[in-house]
Design a protein around this ligand. Structure first.
Ligand SMILES: *[C@@H]1O[C@H](CO)[C@@H](O)[C@H](O)[C@H]1NC(C)=O
Ligand SMILES: *[C@@H]1O[C@H](CO)[C@@H](O)[C@H](O)[C@H]1NC(C)=O
Ligand SMILES: *[C@@H]1O[C@H](CO)[C@@H](O)[C@H](O)[C@H]1NC(C)=O
Length: 360
């Protein structure tokens, strides 16, 4: 038992110590239909907390899940992973957990929760189709979808064929035209900036600042601003879609490093709806849902699907991204904190509305 985990409520400890008997569980041997009926019988509800920075970001998942499994309700809450995890810690400490499943960017939480006994091991039917490197082989947690930060621009307002690497953003065409998420407000953005500065030096950052970028909170906010053609900003990087507008283009850098990671999911030991939680874990790694992600330009966590259009390698095979390196970065909280303040000194404290409430 690690008392240091529950700094919020130090007098409370966790109910379930972690026992490790070395025996790996097997993937669920039930059919999907059997799991579905068990979930219906349990009440037909599952509560998911998903990392993100706009409330509606998981509406697509909710819609697809509820359509695939009539009678089921996916009660999904999206908020910044760094806020969801501390809320979960508090619920755990108070022994009043009502979240069934967490799918977060804060990859450092999962080994800690596993060790504390807070996670329930489970391998969905298709567990073995998911890349081994992004799962806990004992089944306590697993990568459920890949995210990555592309470079994004409005092709109706950017001349030429768009950026191919981060040095392009230093050119005169991008003066006063960039909108960027504060790296000191999101660890995945911080990771991307850190990689760029490692490759191009701090002079790259100095020159970027001379471009007078607009700094915002939330990783969808830049794209929302670019899509609005009345805005002055036309391009971003280390930020994300949706890529709904036809003139909005996105691609990863040709040579420069870009950040990617496996958003990781787990079921809690105290999940009030364990069967529905299992059904959800089966669905998120299912061929149909992952294929849907691929068609929307994302990489699949399954080994048996093709790459998104325009790419011929999995994220784990590409030279200029490293989802496992991102996990290691997130585990090193001392380094992350030092970096965050290095940026904060240069950019100032992140200002603006909490992206969840910015109505974009
Ligand atoms: C749905 O999720 C919200 C936020 O996590 C929670 O407050 C609410 O109780 C949940 N609803 C049900 C019916 O469990
Ligand atoms: C866009 O740029 C123009 C010219 O620099 C400036 O006058 C205007 O205020 C800017 N608009 C916004 C919304 O910032
Ligand atoms: C994958 O695509 C890249 C860039 O388009 C190309 O250079 C490379 O040869 C391709 N590799 C394979 C194995 O097809």
């Amino acid at each position: 038992m690690r008392s240091g985990c529950w700094f919020l409520l130090p007098s409370l400890t966790l109910a379930y110590p972690y026992f490790h008997d070395g025996s790996a569980i097997q993937p669920d041997t039930r059919s999907l239909s059997e799991i579905y009926h068990a979930a219906l019988k349990e009440g037909g509800l599952v509560t998911l907390w998903h990392g993100g920075d706009e409330k509606n970001q998981q509406d697509g998942l909710k819609l697809a899940f509820e359509k695939r499994f009539p009678g089921m309700t996916l009660n999904v809450t999206v908020d910044l992973s760094k806020y969801l995890d501390v809320d979960i810690d508090e619920q755990l400490a108070r022994k009043s957990l009502y979240v069934d499943v967490a799918m977060l960017q804060t990859l450092q939480d999962y080994p800690r929760w596993k060790e504390a006994g807070a996670l329930s091991p489970y391998k969905p039917i298709d567990f073995n189709t998911v890349f081994d490197q992004i799962v806990d082989l004992e089944g306590y947690y697993m990568g459920v979808r890949f995210f990555h930060w592309p470079m994004t621009w409005d092709s109706s307002r950017v001349k030429g064929s768009g950026p191919t690497g981060y040095n392009d953003f230093l050119g005169k065409d991008y003066k006063n035209k960039l909108v960027l998420t504060y790296p000191n407000d999101d660890d995945a953005v911080l990771h991307n900036f850190n990689k760029i500065v490692q490759e191009h030096g701090t002079s790259w950052l100095d020159r970027l600042l001379q471009q007078n970028p607009r700094w915002v909170r939330g990783t969808q906010t830049p794209t929302d601003i670019i899509v609005n053609t009345n805005s002055n900003q036309t391009a971003t990087f280390a930020a994300f879609g949706p890529f709904g507008s036809s003139s909005l283009k996105a691609r990863v850098p040709i040579k420069d490093h870009f950040t990617s990671w496996a958003q990781t999911g787990a079921i809690f030991t105290e999940a009030p709806h364990p069967q529905a939680a299992r059904l959800l874990m089966n669905f998120v790694i299912s061929r149909e849902w992952q294929q849907d992600l691929v068609e929307n330009g994302l990489w699949s966590v399954r080994k048996d699907l093709s790459q998104p259009s325009g790419y011929n390698q999995s994220l784990l095979d590409m030279q200029n991204t490293d989802p496992l390196g991102f996990r290691d970065f997130m585990m090193d909280r001392e380094m992350v904190e030092r970096l965050r303040f290095w940026y904060e000194e240069r950019l100032g404290v992140a200002k603006g509305l909490d992206p969840i409430f910015d109505n974009m």
